[in-house]
Design a protein around this ligand. Structure first.
Ligand code: FUL
Length: 479
């Protein structure tokens, strides 16, 4: 039997990346002075008293995420305006200086604790760009930034992700200077030393930025990954971000189809990339990242969220869905309704399990039971290097197929470069769907098709495929 570990030197995920892949879907919480000034980017001159939630309820916020089936929450502990949602000892621009709760509030602590109470994982967003800080642009600010990162990564329990925003430098208050400050994205933060703080305090946390080091941006804020979307890319060429000349050159070398910009490279990844650097799709449930009353009627529907789920999680990335608390400090009812509707649509999508319903799964190679055990810790691999290894599913009677779910066994890397799904029409095979990437997960969902059998073919692989899941589901409300 082929030893699938004898493979080309494919990039593979780290333990922390594997744990992150397993999360699939979690939330973002954008909350700060902007919630009260009706802005998206605060200038940095807002008084701490502006932050005045009338009925802040961390458990309601985390409860909404939990009811929606999210695995965790990432909080904007400090957005570009520089106001800190925790009483940082390094600034006088935080909840400590606000009259909210007489300066004794700590939003970060309350959200972190509410997450723990409901078994959601917690993550932090700490904006590198700070439009309030007088020293922004000088080495003093970088020391300040690192001190804050130290506080957040050592005083709020275990974190699953630390989010570094790519927006950096521009005009701002800067302690009263009211000017424009640009920084050199390549050198200013000395990212290696900054990341070191997270590695030391939170060895299990992944770090997100446009270019990693652990998770990359998907290149848009629409919640949509490319098709295909590869978990691999060459990190060195991306650093420090999409505006960098090296990245432009690397991406120009890899332009395919009608790629418009380097963002398309982030969106799709590079199958020949040297690093495992999977994409995360960040998108808001409303048009803005922060709450605006004028957007109360523009909340995404559950069905719209399901569509994004199929285009993000269903293409092997994770979905980071933003839920902005309102001026009370709660998730509005309309948003909660959409989240719950989205959850039931998702559950309905996987409700009609046609394999559990007596189907026979066969394939040459290692035992196939692992494909349908609902776990990702084992894989099927073909016995001999076949030109087109295949897996057969015989339902034993006519069924209607609406959704197929596939997963590669990630510890052995992304090996599949092409696959096809055939259905049986009157005794002959007809191609029903085809794609290139599988990776963490591939969902194919659409109009139901009738068949007695299904065939999955691996049409292009760079090493024997190692597959950990094949799921087939019938039509229902979500199909
Ligand atoms: C962007 C920021 O500028 C937005 O305000 C928001 O935080 C989004 C998630 O990232 O780069």
């Amino acid at each position: 039997m082929t030893n699938p570990t004898e493979a080309p030197n494919l990039p593979v995920p780290s333990a922390r990346q594997l744990a992150w892949h397993a999360m699939e879907y979690y939330g973002f919480v954008h909350f700060t002075v902007n919630t009260f000034t009706d802005r998206e980017w605060g200038y940095g001159d807002e008084s701490p008293d502006v932050f005045a939630p009338t009925d802040f309820d961390a458990d309601q916020i985390v409860g909404a995420a939990a009811d929606g089936g999210m695995a965790g929450l990432i909080l904007t502990c400090k957005h570009h305006d520089g106001f800190c949602l925790w009483p940082s000892r390094y600034t006088d621009h935080s909840v400590r200086q606000s009259s909210w709760r007489s300066g004794r509030g700590d939003v970060v602590r309350e959200i972190a604790e509410a997450c723990r109470a409901r078994s959601l994982r917690f993550g932090v967003y700490l904006s590198p760009w700070d439009r309030n800080h007088p020293a922004y642009g000088s080495p003093d600010y970088v020391r300040y930034y690192r001190n804050q990162l130290e506080e957040l990564t050592s005083e709020y329990g275990e974190l699953f992700e630390v989010w570094f925003d790519g927006a950096n430098g521009g005009d701002g208050y800067y302690g009263g200077a009211r000017e424009t400050r640009q920084i050199d994205r390549r050198t200013y933060y000395d990212w290696d030393a900054t990341w070191e703080i997270v590695r030391r305090n939170q060895p299990g946390a992944v770090m997100f930025s446009d270019a990693g080091p652990d998770v990359r941006w998907v290149g848009n804020e629409d919640g949509i990954a490319g098709d295909p979307c590869w978990a691999t890319i060459t990190r060195e060429s991306l650093y420090p971000g999409i505006d960098d000349a090296d990245f432009q050159a690397y991406s120009a070398d890899r332009m395919v189809d009608a790629w418009a910009s380097p963002r398309d490279l982030l969106n799709r990844g590079d199958p020949a990339g040297a690093d495992w650097l999977p994409a995360e799709c960040d998108v808001s449930i409303r048009p803005g990242w922060f709450y605006h009353g004028a957007e109360d009627s523009a909340v995404r529907s559950g069905r719209n969220l399901l569509d994004l789920y199929l285009k993000s999680v269903g293409r092997g990335t994770n979905l980071l869905l933003n839920l902005p608390p309102d001026r009370r400090g709660r998730i509005p009812d309309a948003d909660v309704r959409s989240l719950v509707e989205f959850r039931s649509l998702r559950e309905a999508l996987f409700a009609g399990d046609l394999i559990a319903d007596g189907a026979r799964v066969t394939a040459e190679g290692s035992p196939v039971a692992v494909l349908t055990d609902g776990k990702r810790d084992k894989y099927w691999t073909p016995a001999v290097p076949a030109a087109e290894p295949e897996i057969l599913v015989d339902f034993g009677h006519p069924v209607e197929i609406a959704t197929v779910s596939l997963r590669e066994y990630l510890p052995l890397g992304q090996r599949v470069r092409g696959f096809a799904i055939d259905v049986d029409r009157d005794g002959s095979w007809v191609e029903h769907a085809a794609g290139q990437s599988i990776g963490a997960r591939r969902l194919i969902s659409g109009r139901p098709v009738a068949t007695r059998r299904l065939r999955l073919r691996f049409t292009n692989t760079v090493a024997p495929p190692a597959i950990s899941e094949v799921g087939v589901y019938g039509p229902n409300a979500g199909g």
